[in-house]
Design a protein around this ligand. Structure first.
Ligand code: GTB
Length: 216
């Protein structure tokens, strides 16, 4: 059965793959599961039909038979548990890969996401520079710690896993900020993940949505 995911009809990032449907598309591509996409306008996100999929009125969602899921991390975990390729078979290694999924979403993503929101919504506030500095300090700490953890390794813990997939989608939001570029090893880790054919297919698919909307 082909799952259906939801994505922005018109993504504010103009096809840069920063909206959170990207991580779901990428996971589906990694495991070779074809999928359909329901594009949703900002107005439709808040309509009862979509709130039945996600009470918070957001993308992405995932429908598969009678199952409807929201929260990108839960969706990626579901995909990784149902298909080989994104979680190791060994129970301890699997637990560690899931730990990295939580680390990406629960520890590393909050200051990075707050930073991009602040740059859009709080730029005119008198406390903006101070807030930015505090967020940057927190982000630098995580990047330094990640860099030490990675060392010469290719991925966070053994083979590429759903933990790497989520971590990279989180770190990508820093591209061009100077923060990522200050850590060439982490920038190389992100680039390594972006070079994966599954990532390339997912990126091309979400970019095609933006290009089709621009043509029309
Ligand atoms: N915790 C949830 C998850 O991981 O699924 C968060 C979902 C979420 O934030 N969804 C956003 C959304 O639907 C899209 S991804 N927003 C609409 C709304 O709340 O009304 C966040 C996002 C949006 C746009 C960009 N961008 O353009 O760069 C990047 C990320």
């Amino acid at each position: 059965m082909r799952p259906i995911i939801t994505a922005f009809e018109s993504s504010p990032d103009r096809g840069k793959g920063l909206a959170r449907d990207m991580r779901v598309r990428w996971a589906l591509e990694e495991v070779g599961q074809p999928y359909d996409v329901r594009l949703v306008s900002f107005r439709a996100l808040k309509a009862p039909e979509h709130r039945a999929r996600n009470p918070f009125g957001q993308i992405p969602t995932y429908e598969e038979g009678g199952l409807t899921l929201f929260e990108s991390g839960a969706i990626v975990l579901h995909i990784a548990e149902r298909h080989p390729g994104l979680l190791p078979g060994d129970p301890d290694a699997r637990a560690r890969a899931i730990m990295w999924m939580f680390a990406a979403l629960n520890s590393v993503e909050p200051p990075i996401f707050e930073r991009s929101l602040a740059r859009i919504l709080e730029r005119d506030q008198p406390w903006f520079e101070q807030r930015l500095q505090a967020l940057d300090k927190s982000i630098r700490r995580y990047l330094g710690d990640l860099s030490r953890h990675l060392g010469d390794a290719e991925w966070l813990d053994g083979p590429f896993s759903a933990g790497d997939l989520l971590m990279v989608t989180v770190l990508r939001r820093l591209e061009g900020s100077g923060l990522l570029e200050a850590h060439p090893d982490i920038a190389a880790y992100v680039a390594r993940a972006e070079a994966r054919p599954a990532y390339q297919r997912a990126f091309a698919a979400q970019l095609a949505v933006f290009e089709a909307a621009s043509d029309g």
